[in-house]
Structures are given as C-alpha cells and as structure tokens.
Design a protein around this ligand. Structure first.
Ligand SMILES: Nc1ncnc2c1ncn2[C@@H]1O[C@H](COP(=O)(O)OP(=O)(O)OP(=O)(O)O)[C@@H](O)[C@H]1O
Ligand SMILES: [Mg+2]
Length: 226
C-alpha cells in the first residue's frame, strides 16, 4: 500500500497543499511550527478519521475557514483509490470514495492503512487506561474496518448511559423512588468476588464493568469518553 498523493484544503495551517510521495521513505524537513506534523496528522486522519493530537475536529480546520478537505490517492497492488473527506466541525463529516459519495465516512476506513508513531504515544505507557483502550480500539478498526460500526454503536450507547446517569444524579429523589421496588424484590445471593456475574465478566475483571483495565471496547464508568 502506498500513499501517492495527499492534498489539503484549509486543514490546520494550510490553505492549500499538495504532497506527492514516492515509494520508500519520505522525510519532511522544516523549521519548528512550519506544518510537518500537520501533514502527518492529515494522512493519519484519512486512515483513522481521527487525530492523534486532538479529540474533536474543530482544531483541524484552519482558523477562519468553515471546513477542511483532505484528498488522498492510494495505490494498493494494482488498484488505485481516491479518498476525499470533508471535515465539518459541528456538523456531519462527508466522504467520497473514488468520487462516489459514501453514506458514512467510516466506509473509507481501510483504504489507507497507516501506523502513526508520535511523541503523544508515550501516553500509552505513562497515561490513563482509557488511552490504552482507545489505542486497542484503533488497532482493531485498522486491522478489521468492519468493527468501526460496532465501535460507533458502542460509543453511542455509552453516551446514552452517561446522559442517563447524569439525569438520574440531577434528580436524586426520583432516582431513589424508582429504585425502591427493586429493593423489595427477593435478594439473590451476591456473586463472590472474582466470580463471573450472570451474563458477563466480574465487576472489576478485564472486560467487566468498572474494570480499570477493561478490555478492548470496554470503558470504566466516567472515564471521560462521553
Ligand atoms: N487550525 C489551525 N489554523 C491555523 N493554523 C494552525 C491550526 N492548527 C495549527 N496551526 C498552526 O500549525 C503550526 C504547527 O504545525 P506543526 O505542528 O505541523 O509544526 P511542525 O512543523 O511539526 O513543528 P515542530 O518542528 O515544532 O514539530 C503552528 O504554527 C500552528 O499555529
Ligand atoms: Mg511536529
């Protein structure tokens, strides 16, 4: 697989930029702040639909511009593909594959498969578990793009759960009243510590609810990904 051409419009510091890349190693040289990492970030965005530096799309759009557009020509074996992504902060992003619009941008995942290593990756070792989980999720989607849909569904449900918990916390009286009938039900014996809960792994175990090192696509409650 070879990224042969990368074109940026209103992405980060670039109004317009076109980068042609030969097979083999390419090195970007330039003074600090000239936009080298911005180019690498653009290529990685085409690969993952996300940035390694920021959690939202807004900082990726050049200051003063409404949207950014990335175009990437990719050669894989004897096949040429063109991926185009329009980044619209606050609105849905759009994408085209070989000039045909796709219904969801994630349908272009897998066309460009890239691995980015950046200073920020030190967070994998030094940072919180959610960064390691995100890395594993990214890795899963990079190796099997069909999981992008599963991940999107999971993150939507997680947001819904967080919103529900917040709304219950905001109305403690109602939440307490709702929980009363449950208390009057016959109590089941609690699973012993470390034993699997019914229908899932033990709380605190890898992949289980509340596990600090919950596995791929697992999240500890309130780990800030809502
Ligand atoms: N949304 C944006 N709009 C306009 N300019 C931006 C935007 N985001 C970043 N920049 C500019 O991009 C520049 C940083 O680019 P980048 O991080 O690619 O530099 P670099 O060449 O990698 O530098 P270094 O050698 O220090 O790593 C800064 O001048 C910053 O102001
Ligand atoms: Mg840099």
């Amino acid at each position: 697989m070879h990224l042969t051409r990368l074109a940026l419009t209103d992405f980060r510091s670039y109004t317009e930029a076109v980068l042609s890349l030969e097979p083999g190693v390419s090195t970007l040289l330039g003074p600090n702040g000239q936009g080298k990492t911005n180019l690498v970030e653009a290529a990685a965005y085409v690969s993952t639909l996300g940035s390694h530096r920021v959690a939202t799309d807004a900082p990726l759009v050049r200051s003063g511009a409404e949207r950014a557009i990335l175009r990437a020509a990719v050669t894989s074996g004897d096949r040429d593909s063109l991926v185009e992504i329009e980044i619209n902060p606050g609105r849905a992003n759009r994408a085209r594959l070989n000039r045909a619009p796709v219904s969801r941008p994630r349908q272009v995942l897998g066309v460009l498969r890239a691995v980015l290593f950046a200073p920020e990756d030190l967070a994998l070792v030094k940072g919180d578990p959610d960064q390691r989980r995100r890395f594993l999720d990214d890795l899963l989607v990079a190796s099997a793009p069909r999981y992008a849909g599963v991940r999107a569904d999971y993150e939507r449900v997680l947001r819904q759960r967080t919103a529900l918990l917040k709304s219950l916390r905001a109305r403690p009286g109602r939440a307490a009243r709702r929980s009363q009938p449950q208390r009057s039900r016959p109590r089941r014996s609690r699973p012993r510590r470390g034993q699997p809960r019914r229908g899932g792994p033990a709380r605190g175990a890898p992949g289980g609810p509340g596990g600090r090192d919950a596995g791929c696509l697992g999240r500890a409650p309130g780990d800030g990904r809502s």
